[in-house]
Design a protein around this ligand. Sequence first.
Ligand code: SAM
Length: 408
Amino acid sequence: MSDLHHLLTFPTRPITSDVYETQLAHLLKSGIPPTYTLEQVAAFEQGKEDEDDDGSESSNTTPLHILARSLPRDATKEELNVVLNLMNTLFEYGAGWNFLDYENKSIGDLLLEAGQYRNSALYQRVIEAGVSAELLLRKVNGGDVEFLDDLEGIEQEQEIQTKLVDDSSVPEISDSIDASDSDLTAADPMTYLNTKLEYTDDKLITKDNKDGVMMDWEDGIMKLAAETLFSDSSNTINSTVLNIGFGMGIIDTYIQEKNPAHHYICEAHPDVLAKMKKDGWYEKPNVTILEGRWQNTLNKLLDDGNVFFDGIYYDTFSEHYEDMLNLYDIIVGLIKPEGVFSFFNGLGADRPICYDVYKRIVEMDVNNYGMKCEYTTVQIGKQLPDWSDVKRSYYNCDYYYHPRISFM
Ligand SMILES: C[S@@+](CC[C@H](N)C(=O)[O-])C[C@H]1O[C@@H](n2cnc3c(N)ncnc32)[C@H](O)[C@@H]1O
């Protein structure tokens, strides 16, 4: 273990500014990178420091991981203030917020696991670092957005963070996501739209790869979302609403219960459209089906300028946050001034810290359109499935941030 790592195990108490902040500043100024990992130390000690260019996956246990793992359970308020200053310094020097350590854990995961830090300044600081890093990455990419769950995005972001302060070689970042054919279906819209789907009693999945497109554990979330779309609950029958992405038709069934004047459904996948036909959705008097990708059908509505919505819901598959940013441009033109926009919020939900970072990013992005995003936190732990018969879980938090977006 290096001196930097050792310092962050908090070998002496109390944790004071004089001892810890002074020593940390000294070590960083002497050139030790804030991203120096335990794995690099071990490789160096074995004379193998050049060997991580072989493409093999490795973990990155950074000084911030050591700090998060070593926080004394009985730390006082004063000590935690010093720890926050240490984190500030490490981030200012370019420490990464989402490196994964030898147990595949990020700093945020470790703070949450400790049980007492969810609402702490320490956890908030990691969120802030995540938001800044995401915005920086967007700038570096010329406005393109990398979704946090995207393997390449995570690697690129971590490399940028490291390169800002340290030009030494960065080890490959491992991530829980394996880049298989299945991921291509889940990550590439055109591949998805050409993939055969299969409906079972409780889910819609891709036939070959068993990727979960929609599962009925989301029923409660869809019910809540449908309520949200009718901002004036006493006047639902005069409402015009739009749902983007039919899937299992769960939210559309809840919307129908409100008997709105007009119910638009936009759906792109031929197998889903066939199921909608079979189940009679085309015959419902207040329903209009917009066949095709929302990227095409909604622009036409916008150009026609005849329809404006009280509520719009968005829940597609295999799209990315970048798509949502494009959707905001259309939404602001289609929604009534008092209308409500909501979406299935699985952004970064693979990992609670990423979920919290995206929660903040959405707030900031919709602010740019003069809109505000208000969240309701819903506990969903008991509803989550065991994921055994789908390729991989797309949701790993036991709570859900339900978004309600409206003009300020
Ligand atoms: C997760 S499901 C929606 C589930 C739905 N909220 C429900 O309550 O059952 C996603 C749906 O979006 C559709 N979809 C994917 N990309 C689309 C696009 N660009 N435009 C319209 N629909 C799309 C998929 O085919 C799929 O039916």
